[in-house]
Ligand binder design. Structure first.
Ligand code: CP
Ligand code: NVA
Length: 314
């Protein structure tokens, strides 16, 4: 089957078929090889991307800047204090202007509806670089890392531990259930995933032959894990909730004892940035079972793949 993603935006991976996601992962692995073999191409020469950031970023910004820039493209970084996004000018009008000047747009911010409006009114591919609900480019890098490490998705179980209703957990559940990775979320009751996401991903899992499980029992949850995954306890915009979250999530910390319950072969993943001593101990994230650093590098390759595919350059 030939896959054509030209002109598509990426708001959430729920809009992509398993075949399209697999195609993007193959492409990500192939552009990573090119980079590691020092094969230089100029596929973005003469092109421009607008990078809109309402929230801070290290990896996502640097991944977009380096992936696009190293192939001859020009990147324009625009923070909230640079442009009129929703302040003196509507998102619709901003989208219309950017669409006439740029080949594609990345948006990181609070509301998912803003990325949807940008995609609708700009007429160019728009990439969701994280909103309160989703982090799809992260999930692409996550499953790419799983593919590289285990060479397959079949029979692999990711146990995500911690805040089970944040953007990273939502997108991980979507990506895993689409491609056939088993996903289990272990969180305290107030932080379990929404019913919407659970039923949506169970539908996807039924088609891909994988399993979506939800539990509050952390010790049982990690027992047959191939991957233990966690994220920060308070996401950007939730800083005022941190004290409560520490109380709620302390038993869900990923430490050596928890990794031992999972077994010697289990690897550790984290989207980063990490708060060492909260959701994960330094010993685990800096240890030899941590794939977090490779996972971070994979942001760049998978982001290059989605831009190449949606601009019709492959
Ligand atoms: N994982 C991730 O999105 O990192 P940044 O917030 O640094 O972009
Ligand atoms: N859940 C985190 C992810 C950061 C990449 C946040 O939204 O802050």
């Amino acid at each position: 089957m030939s896959i054509n993603l030209k002109g598509r935006s990426l708001i959430s991976l729920k809009d992509y078929t398993p075949e399209e996601i697999n195609y993007l992962i193959d492409l990500s692995i192939s552009v990573k090889k090119e980079k590691h073999n020092n094969i230089r191409k100029e596929r973005f020469k003469g092109m421009t991307i607008a990078l809109l950031f309402e929230k801070r970023s290290t990896r996502t910004r640097c991944a977009f800047e380096t992936a696009f820039g190293e192939e001859g493209g020009h990147t324009v970084f625009l923070s909230n204090s640079d442009i009129q996004l929703g302040a003196k000018e509507s998102i619709e009008d901003t989208a219309r202007i950017l669409g006439r000047m740029f080949d594609c747009i990345q948006f990181r911010g609070f509301k998912t509806s803003n990325v949807e409006i940008l995609a609708k009114y700009s007429g160019v591919p728009v990439y969701n670089g994280l909103t309160d609900d989703f982090h799809p480019t992260q999930a692409l890098a996550d499953i790419m890392t799983v593919r590289e490490y285990f060479k397959t998705y079949k029979g692999i179980k990711i146990v995500y531990v911690g805040d089970g209703r944040n953007n990273v957990a939502n997108s991980l559940m979507i990506a895993c259930s689409k491609v056939g990775i088993d996903i289990r979320i272990a969180s305290p009751k107030p932080l379990l995933p929404s019913e919407n996401i659970v039923s949506l991903t169970r539908n996807f899992a039924e088609k891909s032959g994988s399993i979506v499980e939800i539990t509050t029992d952390i010790k049982k949850a990690v027992k047959d894990a191939d991957v233990i995954y966690t994220d920060v306890w308070a996401s950007m915009g939730e800083e005022d909730k941190l004290a409560d979250r520490i109380k709620l999530l302390k038993p869900y910390q990923v430490n050596k004892e928890l990794m031992l319950l999972a077994g010697k072969e289990a690897i550790f993943m984290h989207c980063l940035p990490a708060v060492k001593g909260n959701e994960v101990t330094a010993e685990v994230i800096d240890g030899d079972k941590s794939e977090a650093w490779n996972q971070a590098e994979n942001r760049k390759h998978s982001i290059k793949a989605i831009i190449l595919a949606t601009l019709g350059l492959v």
